[in-house]
Write a protein that binds this ligand. Structure first.
Ligand SMILES: [Zn+2]
Length: 143
């Protein structure tokens, strides 16, 4: 089984020198989690990337499939505690980069948009706000 593909940017992300800006929010043998890019993410947005190279849910091993649900539970709890999220939206299309990944978008109660209207609206953050949100989520994951 091929675990990595050299040309894949998300396989390189998991390499020793591939740490994302702001560092890992969570990392284990199956999953990497980091804050989304400030250019396209509200503070607290998280990206989950599989450590193994595959594209679809159907290609997950039983261990990956079982742990993904547990990871979502843990991240949802930490994001709701560590950010102003009333709801955390899950998106995973894998159309641009065909290495399994999923986005978690925190939607604050005060935001005027809901659902796909919220997801389709432009998002961005300041680096300092992204770092603070990532640290708050990190602290709620460990505590
Ligand atoms: Zn890959």
């Amino acid at each position: 089984m091929t675990n990595t593909t050299p040309a894949c940017p998300y396989c390189r992300l998991g390499a020793a020198d591939g740490e994302p800006p702001g560092g890992w929010v969570y990392r284990d043998t199956l999953w990497l989690v980091h804050h989304g890019p400030v250019e396209t993410s509200r503070p607290g947005t998280m990206k989950i990337v599989s450590t193994r190279h595959y594209t679809d849910f159907a290609e997950m091993t039983p261990e990956e499939a079982a742990s993904f649900g547990a990871l979502l539970h843990t991240l949802d709890t930490a994001m709701r505690a560590g950010t102003d999220a009333e709801r955390v939206h899950l998106v995973s299309t894998r159309d641009r980069v065909q290495h399994f990944h999923a986005w978690l978008y925190p939607r604050p109660a005060f935001h005027p948009l809901r659902g796909t209207d919220f997801l389709n609206a432009p998002q961005h953050s300041q680096a300092a706000d992204a770092d603070l949100a990532a640290e708050a989520v990190r602290q709620h994951l460990s505590g």
